[in-house]
Structure formats: structure tokens, C-alpha cells
Design a protein around this ligand. Structure first.
Ligand SMILES: [Zn+2]
Length: 312
């Protein structure tokens, strides 16, 4: 069975302004690298559909969804960019990108559950894991992974899903949405202290939050993942695994101070895939979160996707 690669040209049009690290070139770098290595030929390339807002309301409040829709449609109509917070801005193309990013995650979930593909990677932006139930923040508008996880549970009838988050920043939005939902086990690593300065004290018993001090290298990160994530994931026996795949813990990335390299992302992906193979029929949907050093991002995504697709 193959691995799907979801993206959409609209995701490239979302632009938060000159010099912003969460830039359209991130997707170009990923796709150029896939092409130049021939990896694209081995993947099932798919266009992301726009999400149905009823799917979004399984993770976000109806009020937030309506307010964001109004605001972003207004920005589209006016042609004028608008700042939502000091890090997060909307341009006229943002609403379409937001719909495609969440739509990719939901479509990938359906494709995997329907056995069209074994696993999927969504090369989308904006990212999602800082978006809380009621708020856009930290480059994020809709929480793509939380929306997809709720779709798997509430619509597709799964009983237990895991969310794995290895972005250098704590996935505070995902925690806000799924803390206390015992159908979900969320395991994460994140640099602490670092934006958004949360996560050291988990908000629910279904959260395994592993704060990592700055300047930690891959070997130590692997040790804590082995000790803190793996027994919990094995005991939980997830029926499907969602990955918040941020690559900003890479040593070349300037938004964090961790020292992961491609081999570490390969190792992490392999460990997570092992859990999926043992308990979840291999079902994984991975969504791009951070990763701002373009070369490191492209190479890290490639090793991640290679493991997902059994191409190593
Ligand atoms: Zn991040």
C-alpha cells in the first residue's frame, strides 16, 4: 500500500509578509527536494480539498469558526492584510489556504481509513498546532491535526487515536482542544522554555508532555522518547496515529535551540510507525507544522516521508 502526499497551490498563496519565517517558500523547498530525489514518483500525489466547516467545529467552537470566516473573508474582499496577533497575519489568500490545510488532514484521514493508502503526509500551511479551540495564534488558524483526529473518532467511528507532536514548540492548541478527551493520547516533545511557554504542567491525564532543555541533542531526545512516549503508546494501542510534524527542532533551525538532525527524524518516524504497524494497521496521517530552515526542512520531510512509505 502506498503513501499519499497531499498539498494544494492555495497553501502557497498565504503570505504573512516579507521576512516572515512561515513563508510560501517552505512548500517550494519540500516539493523541489521531493522532485530532485525522485521521491515524488513513489508517492500518491493528491490535491487537498477545502474542508467542510462542520468538520472544523468538532475541534473549534462554532463562534470562533464563524468569526474567523467573517474576518478572513473581509480581508479577502478588502485586499488588505491584517494582523491577528504579533506573529500571525492574514492576507487575501489566507482563508482559502486555511480551508485547504484542514481539508488535506480530513481527506487524508478518510483515505487512510478507507484503505486507499496506508498513510499520508500533508504538506500544507498554515500550520495548526497552536490554534486553540477559540483562538488563532503562533502562525496557526485552524488546528488541522485536532480536526482530523476528531473526524476519525466522531465521524469514522474509531475508539482510540494518538497524536504525536515533535515540533520544537509546545502544541498548546492541540492540548487545549483534546485535554480530557480520553479517546486521544497525545505525546509530545518541545523545547522549554520557548514560545508559547506552556506544556510543563499537562492539562489532562491523556497528555504526555516532555519538555526538553535548550541545546539538547538527538541522542538524549531519543532516550526520553523511548522512556516517556513508547510505553504509553504501546499501552494505549491507538487505532490510528496523527503526527504534528514540525521540523524546527533541527539544529539548523533558528526558531529553536535543539539539535536534531535528519537521522533523528528518521528514528522518531520509525518508532512511531512501529506502533502504527503493531496496533493501527499502519494508519498514520502526518501534517506539516513548523520547520523554517528551508534546506533542513526539505531533507527532514524527505526522510520522514521515506519511512512512512517504506522506501528506506
Ligand atoms: Zn514550531
Amino acid at each position: 500500500m502506498s503513501t499519499a502526499f497531499y498539498t494544494h497551490s492555495d497553501c502557497r498563496l498565504h503570505d504573512m509578509g516579507r521576512g516572515h519565517p512561515e513563508c510560501p517558500q517552505r512548500l517550494d523547498a519540500i516539493q523541489d527536494h521531493l522532485r530532485s530525489t525522485g521521491l515524488d514518483v513513489a508517492l500518491d500525489l493528491r490535491d487537498a480539498p477545502a474542508v467542510d466547516l462542520r468538520c472544523v467545529e468538532r475541534a473549534h467552537s462554532a463562534r470562533y469558526v464563524a468569526e474567523l470566516k467573517n474576518l478572513l473573508e473581509e480581508v479577502s474582499a478588502s485586499g488588505q492584510p491584517r494582523a491577528l496577533d504579533p506573529d500571525t497575519a492574514a492576507c487575501p489568500a489566507t482563508w482559502q489556504a486555511v480551508l485547504r490545510a484542514a481539508g488535506a488532514a480530513v481527506a487524508a484521514t478518510d483515505a487512510v481509513i478507507d484503505r486507499e493508502v496506508e498513510s499520508a503526509f500533508c504538506a500544507v500551511r498554515p500550520p495548526g498546532h497552536h490554534a486553540t479551540r477559540d483562538e488563532a495564534m503562533g502562525f496557526c488558524f485552524f488546528n488541522n491535526v485536532a480536526i482530523a483526529a476528531r473526524h476519525a473518532l466522531d465521524v469514522r467511528g474509531l475508539n482510540r487515536v494518538a497524536i504525536v507532536d515533535f515540533d520544537v514548540h509546545h502544541g498548546n492548541g492541540t492540548e487545549d482542544i483534546i485535554a480530557g478527551d480520553e479517546r486521544v493520547l497525545m505525546v509530545s516533545i518541545f523545547q522549554h522554555p520557548l514560545y508559547p511557554f506552556s506544556g510543563a504542567v499537562p492539562k489532562g491525564t491523556n497528555m504526555v508532555n516532555v519538555p526538553i532543555p535548550p541545546y539538547t541533542k538527538g541522542g538524549e531526545v531519543r532516550e526520553v522518547i523511548e522512556a516517556m512516549w513508547m510505553p504509553q503508546l504501546e499501552a494505549f494501542r491507538p487505532e490510528m496515529i496523527f503526527i504534528s510534524a514540525g521540523f524546527d527542532a533541527h539544529r539548523e533551525d533558528e526558531l529553536g535551540q535543539l539539535g536534531l538532525v535528519e537521522a533523528d527524524y528518521e528514528w522518531i518516524t520509525r518508532r512511531v510507525k512501529g506502533v502504527a504497524d503493531r496496533h493501527a494497521k499502519g494508519r498514520i496521517v502526518s501534517c506539516l507544522e513548523g520547520g523554517y530552515a528551508l534546506g533542513a526542512l526539505a531533507r527532514s520531510v524527505a526522510v520522514h516521508v521515506r519511512v512512512l512509505a517504506d522506501l528506506t
